[in-house]
Design a protein around this ligand. Structure first.
Ligand SMILES: NC(=O)c1ccc[n+]([C@@H]2O[C@H](COP(=O)([O-])OP(=O)(O)OC[C@H]3O[C@@H](n4cnc5c(N)ncnc54)[C@H](O)[C@@H]3O)[C@@H](O)[C@H]2O)c1
Ligand SMILES: [Zn+2]
Ligand SMILES: [Zn+2]
Length: 407
């Protein structure tokens, strides 16, 4: 089959690799129809996540048709499903508490040792996301093996297009959990850093949860425009001092809740960001925690901080005094996907959530390597890329208008 493989920093290739096979009775095999590139994939592309090996198959946002089932899978051949990016057994201590991304069974011991050293306990498994999270082959491929297929995949109704349900695999539940973790109450003012797919879904979710005002922060005009469409007020962090602007906009009090939907690859020329960048490039550090620092300082006293943005290792100069002295509540984590897929599918069906507004480009799997480059180099115009394994399924108008045909 054809698949996108990671070969090293800024080196993604489309290659022919062996087809996946059923390994365990609870597995199934999915024939992928649509798959998306995520902001998290950028951390792999930029070489910031340890534990990647040359040839690893990328991709954790994918959906398709069930084509093979193990003896204990509850799915049937021919079903159309979305597959959550987290791999969860459904019955361990953590899955029983619906903390699915912390599953204790899905990350094989051989690979979880490294995450245990880094984080104190091993992480759960994730598709296409390094050998720290199980070394599972990802779904930016024609076929993918899905472990614990009786727990994760969710069948979707035929009347909904792939584009309408694809983001149930990650960024929609992630934006939703980010807003939930921010403890939003009706009337709240919420600030969201980052207008990528996660930040944009956090903006939309915050309004659905009753936020009175949402202030979205980024520096890409087109991404800020998308946030504005949902009613957010916007701040370009290159034009204003973000903390001062937020204080001013909230009568000197500060936002009730602050969401860091940027994570470890903050942009910008702030002194602390430059220092973090230097450390990352000289192997003295990993994460650029500028946004997290800013969030802790900008949030109002007694406010709530939610961090869906991925951080991977260590960061210093964190204003821990602000966290404690202001009495902030802090919540974070990889999304507990299986909690949210069904209710959010219902909200899409009822028209309460717009799940397609952020798609800027469709392309074929074969165009994957160039799409990774665009996703990295031109975040302003590329707000979300959907890859189709069947090139004929790429909308024709876009092929003509937006994407150069392969030579
Ligand atoms: N918790 C989870 O389960 C989960 C799931 C998916 C993605 N993520 C993470 O969420 C984060 C966002 O994902 P995405 O797909 O939206 O990524 P993205 O790269 O498309 O978006 C990040 C946005 O942050 C903006 N940004 C950079 N520096 C900023 C700054 N200083 N202030 C304000 N904005 C700034 C960028 O301009 C960009 O628009 C990533 O770290 C990703 O890894 C987490
Ligand atoms: Zn993702
Ligand atoms: Zn489990």
């Amino acid at each position: 089959m054809r698949a996108l493989t990671w070969q090293g920093r800024h080196d993604v290739r489309v290659e022919t690799v062996p087809d996946p096979e059923i390994v365990n009775p609870r597995d199934c095999i999915i024939k992928v129809t649509s798959t998306a590139i995520c902001g998290s994939d950028l951390h792999l592309y930029d070489g910031y996540i340890p534990g990647m090996r040359s040839g690893d198959i990328l991709g954790h946002e994918f959906m398709g048709e069930v084509v093979e089932v193990g003896a204990k899978s509850t799915l049937e051949k021919g079903q159309r499903v979305i597959v959550p990016f987290t791999i969860s057994c459904g019955s361990c201590f953590f899955c029983e508490r619906e903390q699915y991304s912390a599953c204790d069974n899905s990350n094989p011991a051989e690979t979880s040792d490294a995450s245990e050293t880094l984080y104190g306990y091993p992480m759960g498994g994730v598709f296409g996301y390094s050998h720290l999270t199980g070394g599972y082959a990802g779904g930016q491929a024609e076929y993918v093996r899905v472990p614990y297929s009786d727990v994760g995949p969710l069948p979707v109704p035929d009347h909904l297009e792939d584009d309408q349900v694809l983001f149930l695999t990650d960024v929609l539940p992630t934006g939703w959990m980010a807003a939930e973790n921010a403890g939003i109450e009706p009337g709240d003012t919420v600030a969201v850093w980052g207008c990528g797919p996660v930040g944009l879904f956090a903006v939309q979710s915050a309004f659905v949860m009753g936020a009175h005002r949402v202030i979205a922060i980024d520096h890409y005009p087109h991404r800020l425009e998308l946030a504005k469409k949902f009613g957010a007020e916007i701040l370009d962090y290159r034009e204003v001092d973000v903390r001062e602007a937020l204080a001013e906009m909230t009568g000197g009090i500060g936002p009730d809740a602050c969401i860091d939907a940027v994570g470890m690859e903050s942009h910008g020329l702030a002194i602390d960001n430059l220092a973090d960048t230097l450390k990352a490039h000289t192997y003295l550090g990993t994460d650029r925690a500028h946004v997290f620092r800013q969030v802790l300082l900008a949030c109002r006293k007694g406010g709530r901080v939610s961090v869906p943005g991925v951080y991977g290792g260590l960061a210093d100069k964190i204003p821990i005094g602000a966290l404690m002295e202001k009495g902030l509540t802090l919540k974070s984590g990889q999304t507990h996907m299986q909690r949210y897929t069904k209710p959010l599918l219902e909200m899409i069906e009822q028209g309460k959530i717009d799940s397609t507004f952020l798609i800027s480009h469709h392309a074929s799997l074969e165009q994957g390597p160039e799409m990774y480059k665009h996703w990295h180099d031109d975040q302003n115009s590329y707000t979300k890329i959907v890859l189709k394994t069947d090139a004929a399924a790429v909308p024709a108008a876009e092929k003509r208008d937006r994407i150069s045909e392969p030579a």
